[in-house]
Ligand binder design. Structure first.
Ligand SMILES: Nc1ncnc2c1ncn2[C@@H]1O[C@H](COP(=O)(O)OP(=O)(O)OP(=O)(O)O)[C@@H](O)[C@H]1O
Ligand SMILES: [Mg+2]
Length: 310
């Protein structure tokens, strides 16, 4: 096992009755990585997370955290895991600080400095001495994360952590999760059904549908196109019709379209300089030429073939 791998799933399967809810999931998450678990409602994300943190049993397969088998050595494995599944457990009538003190007492060897450190990390300094009942959802969620990382777990697992957060809250969550991965080397697993969020938050994303792993990819690869394949290029020009006429002299324009962004057509990378020369030669004014970015969402739909909620 590579020293850098923190979490390993091997053929993790959950069957309830005759239904297979999670089907042979296998993947690794290394130190310092923010790993997204992306799938539509009912895909099996929460069920998988519950198995990783040992809240429910597996029908088959195994989960190792720092090489420790979660089913066989539950307590030992939990020392390396911090998690929020559903809502964080907080005492509303205590302050945020009192909540952290309370949890710190349950785990041996947590110094006061560590409490101050986690408060800073989740940026709760200004409100930490207020009662939790006065907190917004986002503040509660931050306190939940602070509590989950008190014991410096090697992996932090959050099920749909952005639920209910406003765009600013989502951005801040993203920032401090990234910070945590970088500064403490924590492996972070976050689930979501929102593609746009995963795109910004994660290094790698696993797409799950109907309990099956459809794909695991680095974010960069997922969003970028293969350069040797023809890709959609947008020409922002003053005269789209003239542009299409000129382009038809050298390339197939049967699928060219005039969109609000400009003339859009499939070109191979090598064909782009020639296309530009022709347009310039034909006195078409070009304002911009850019790849039509295949959004993560398109990619997702392509991979899952427009999968339905199951
Ligand atoms: N205890 C259970 N008994 C029967 N079916 C269950 C049970 N728990 C979950 N399921 C089913 O397993 C599937 C996966 O559920 P899960 O909660 O893991 O999905 P999810 O990906 O977390 O979805 P969401 O995005 O809605 O949170 C669903 O079809 C769900 O109905
Ligand atoms: Mg869920």
């Amino acid at each position: 096992m590579s020293q850098d791998v923190v979490v390993q799933l091997r053929n993790v399967t959950k069957r309830i009755g005759s239904k297979t809810i999670v089907d042979k999931l296998t993947f690794d998450v290394p130190r310092g990585e923010v790993f997204g678990f992306l799938g539509p409602n009912g895909a099996g994300k929460t069920t998988t997370i519950r198995m990783i943190v040992g809240l429910i049993s597996m029908s088959e397969g195994e989960v190792l955290v720092n090489g420790i088998n979660v089913s066989q050595h539950f307590e030992k494995a939990m020392m390396h895991i911090g998690a929020i599944v559903e809502n964080p457990e907080l005492y509303k009538f205590l302050t945020g600080y009192q909540n952290l003190i309370h949890f710190a007492r349950m785990i041996p060897g947590i110094p006061k400095e560590r409490i101050d450190e986690v408060i800073k990390l989740v940026k709760l300094e200004n409100r930490i001495h207020d009662k939790v009942k006065t907190y917004s959802l986002g503040m509660r969620q931050r306190l939940g994360v602070a509590q989950a990382i008190l014991h410096r777990p090697d992996v932090l697992i959050l099920d749909e952590p952005t639920n209910g957060l406003d765009p600013e809250g989502i951005r801040e969550l993203r920032d401090y999760l990234r910070q945590l991965a970088k500064s403490e080397g924590t492996a972070i697993i976050v689930s979501s059904h929102l593609l746009s969020e995963m795109e910004l938050m994660c290094d790698r994303v696993a797409i799950i549908q109907n309990g099956k792993l459809v794909n695991v990819q680095h974010m960069r690869e997922m969003v970028q196109q293969q350069t040797d394949e023809a890709s959609l290029v947008v020409f922002e020009v003053d005269d789209p019709q003239q542009a299409i006429r000129l382009l038809s002299e050298s390339v197939s324009v049967t699928e060219a379209a005039v969109t609000p962004e400009g003339v859009t057509l499939y070109l191979q990378r090598d064909q782009v300089p020639d296309a530009i020369s022709r347009l310039v030669g034909g006195n078409v004014r070009i304002y911009s030429v850019k790849p039509a970015s295949m959004t993560l969402e398109d990619k997702f739909l392509e991979l899952t073939r427009g999968g339905q909620i199951v």
